[in-house]
Every structure is written in structure tokens, then in C-alpha cells.
Design a protein around this ligand. Structure first.
Ligand SMILES: [Zn+2]
Length: 192
């Protein structure tokens, strides 16, 4: 069976199901709830690819320090998001890490000659921009719309922008369908 995941959710080998760049960064540690999580940010080049896939089409060069910062930021965003979902403010260490990265010199949004958005800055600046977006998310009204996928074993975070605020899956095409099939089988068993 072909993978039903929509191409738009998958770019540069990374998943983008969160509807928000800061939440998508968390997905770079794949299979987080499973016994063997997969680190997708294994080298500075992975950070460069993620930044491009995340919409910063600048081709910024990343260093080992940028790799460390990106992972530290990722875990801070994860811990704060999970805490928010549980109705808590989050661990102080995660908040300190997020704030530290967000206070770094950020990249500048600029208009290119075609009138399109272009980010000017190095990898550290782009990572700082992701941290600022996370601060705006958690500190704003949308913090209440951060969710974690309800599919078994899926840890993907997303921003629920549905009108009824009742989105349950990171991806309808992947986890949503799987859950529906499982539910159908359960019902069939109990009926038969
Ligand atoms: Zn999911």
C-alpha cells in the first residue's frame, strides 16, 4: 500500500503537520513515544535542510553549535507544549532555554525584488526566529490550540485551527485514517 501521507506534509525528509514552524521542529525527533526514537537532526547539514524545508529559503550554513541550539530549542518547545496541553505553565528549565534562544540575534524578514518574503540571516538567526515564533505562540491566545495527536504512539504536536477546535490527528491522511480503520474493526468485532 502506498504511503497516504500528503506531499505537503513531508518536505526535505521532515514532517510538517503542525501548522506552525515551532511545533514542526519538535517532529525532528521522530517516533518520540516509541522505544527507539529517530534523531533527524544528526548533523549541522540536517539543520540546514530543515530550515529550508521550514520556509527559510536562504541556504544558511549551520555549525555544530547551531545543531546543539536547534536540539535544545526543540526539547524546550516540546516540554512547554506538553505542559500547556496538560494545563500547566511548563518547566522553568524549558522556559529558560526557549527564552535564551529567542533573545539571540534573529534573522531579518526582507522583501525581495519580486515583493516576496526573504529571510536574511545566518542559521543561528533563523533558529532564534523559530524560538521567537514559539514565544509568541505559547504567550498568546493560540497556546490553547496546541494539541498532540491522539493516535497511539504518535507524538506529533499541531496547532488546531479547525473551526470547531476539535481536530484530533496530526494528519487526517495518516493517523486519522488509521484510527478510523481501527475503530471500524473494533465495532465489527463487537457486532459479530
Ligand atoms: Zn499523528
Amino acid at each position: 500500500m502506498p504511503d497516504p501521507i500528503l506531499p505537503a506534509e513531508q518536505r526535505g525528509g521532515f514532517r510538517f503537520r503542525g501548522g506552525h514552524r515551532a511545533l514542526d521542529l519538535v517532529a525532528t525527533l521522530a517516533a518520540r513515544r516509541k522505544p527507539a526514537p529517530r534523531e533527524l537532526l544528526g548533523a549541522p547539514g540536517d539543520v540546514e535542510r530543515w530550515l529550508v524545508a521550514a520556509g527559510f529559503a536562504s541556504g544558511a550554513h549551520a555549525t555544530e553549535a547551531d545543531l546543539f541550539t536547534a536540539r535544545r530549542l526543540r526539547e524546550a518547545i516540546h516540554d512547554l507544549a506538553v505542559a500547556r496541553i496538560a494545563g500547566k505553565s511548563g518547566p522553568a528549565e524549558a522556559r529558560a532555554d526557549l527564552n535564551a534562544v529567542a533573545a539571540g540575534p534573529a534573522a531579518a524578514p526582507q522583501l525581495d525584488p519580486q515583493g516576496a518574503l526573504a529571510w536574511h540571516g545566518d542559521a543561528a538567526g533563523l533558529i532564534a526566529e523559530v524560538a521567537r515564533e514559539a514565544v509568541l505562540l505559547f504567550g498568546g491566545a493560540q497556546a490553547l490550540r496546541v494539541r498532540q495527536c491522539e493516535a497511539e504512539g504518535c507524538a506529533i504536536l499541531f496547532l488546531d485551527t479547525s473551526r470547531a477546535h476539535d481536530r484530533r490527528w496530526c494528519s487526517m491522511a495518516a493517523c486519522g485514517n488509521k484510527a478510523k480503520v481501527a475503530e471500524f474493526r473494533r465495532r465489527k468485532r463487537s457486532a459479530g
